[in-house]
Design a protein around this ligand. Structure first.
Ligand SMILES: *Cc1c(COP(=O)(O)O)cnc(C)c1O
Length: 395
């Protein structure tokens, strides 16, 4: 049995998305900026996709800009608000301590340019409150950027309340909704969102294509300079096949959102209940306001990397917050931000589910994970010290 439980990293493309893309990689290969008919056919597909994406988000087609993915959309949203803020002498930005690196690294760059950034604390309930945002807003705040839902621990942020606070204070609000779009109901107008980032490959669409929604009139800065595509706000020949795949996948996800959420959250709850029985373990993330597919745990006395390798050998594809993607040995900034100490954060496991997962697969995970955890603990010097009292248990 092979179980793919790493849907927060990326998802399998759906047949719906693939079928929507094929014609634009074979017959309708024109450049939408060309005046001939094969170009104009591509242009029609582009505008049709834009309208359908806008309908899914509750905005106007002209408020949709296609990008190369979630990272680019995050970069453009933040750089735009920063440039506009600087013009008015406003150089303060509010964010959270557990954002994606696409947001955090962009903000680090701005800090080097003289911006000041407030990182809201996420220890309490593994989440933030709108009150924290309200308290942090200053005269010179030019942007609030908080994710819609966290990719590692699954916490869903109180976006409606944050949107209301920002509207009241007249501060632009951007949300990295990459983990939320296609999984949770989102209407950007009702939620008072000024800018939103999404990415197709997190909801069974293709990789390398995303969207920046920006409220009409919001002054955008280009990240990619060149031709006049995307109303002059994002240069480069449009990825028509990818954009058509994105629109089809988004429509499909939104049409089945309640049904998928019910199915996936039942699998999630079964998994959480089963894994909670492992001694000296703890669930990460908001236990109530939680993404339907997210299961995140820390197990004391083991290394996340060893756990992942052994799960892979047992046919389970998962992820660990401590994955040293950068080659460093630092544990995940998200787990540290919620207050996990280094040793505990190193023993983390994220299983992220989607509607393709089955109950049998959950049973397989529930059989394998406890076995592997106890196997690794039996080999661990740290675990031995915990057992014979030379070290204190934290969990
Ligand atoms: C995946 C992800 C991104 C990056 O999106 P890409 O399309 O891979 O660039 C940004 N933010 C969050 C929360 C994500 O989960």
């Amino acid at each position: 049995m092979y179980v793919y439980a790493d849907n927060a990293a990326t998802t399998k493309m759906s047949t719906v998305a693939l079928n929507a893309m094929m014609p634009y990689m074979t017959e309708i290969y024109g450049n939408p900026s060309s005046l001939h008919s094969v170009g104009q056919e591509a242009k029609e597909a582009l505008e049709n996709a834009r309208a359908r994406v806008a309908a899914c988000l509750g905005c106007e087609p002209r408020e949709i800009i296609f990008t190369s993915g979630g990272s680019e959309a995050d970069n453009q949203a933040i750089m735009s608000a920063a440039r506009y803020g600087a013009l008015k002498g406003k150089k303060h930005i509010i964010t959270t301590a557990f954002e994606h690196h696409a947001v955090l690294h962009t903000l680090n760059r701005l800090e080097k340019e003289g911006f000041s950034v407030t990182y809201l604390d996420v220890k309490e309930g593994h989440n933030i409150t709108a009150q924290q945002v309200k308290d942090a807003i200053r005269e010179d705040t030019c942007l609030v950027t908080t994710m819609f839902a966290n990719n590692e621990i699954g916490s869903i942020l109180p976006i409606a309340e944050i949107g209301a606070v920002c509207k009241e204070a007249d501060v632009p609000f951007h949300t990295d909704a990459v983990q939320a779009v296609g999984h949770l109901h989102i209407n950007v107008k009702e939620l008072n969102i000024d800018m939103l980032s999404l990415s197709a490959h997190k909801f069974h669409g293709p990789k390398g294509v995303g969207v920046l929604y920006a409220r009409r009139g919001f002054p955008l800065t280009n990240v990619i300079e060149g031709g006049a595509q995307e109303r002059g706000k994002r240069a480069g020949t449009e990825n028509i096949a990818g954009i058509c795949g994105l629109a089809a996948a988004l429509e499909d996800a939104c049409a089945h959102i309640d049904e998928n959420a019910a199915k996936v959250s039942a699998l999630r709850d079964k998994l959480i209940a089963g894994l909670s029985k492992i001694p000296h373990s703890a669930l990460n993330g908001d236990p109530v306001n939680r993404l339907p597919g997210n299961v995140s745990f820390c197990f004391e006395g083991i290394e996340g990397e060893s756990l992942l390798l052994m799960l892979d050998m047992n046919g389970i594809a998962a992820s660990s917050g401590s994955a040293c993607t950068s080659g460093s040995l630092d544990p995940s900034h998200v787990l540290l931000a919620i207050g996990r100490v280094h040793d505990v954060a190193h023993g983390s496991l994220r299983l992220s589910l989607c509607e393709y997962n089955t109950e049998e697969e959950i049973d397989h995970i529930l059989k394998v994970v406890p076995e592997v955890v106890s196997h690794l603990r039996n080999m661990s010097p740290v675990w031995r010290d915990l057992q014979n009292g030379k070290r204190q248990y934290i969990l």
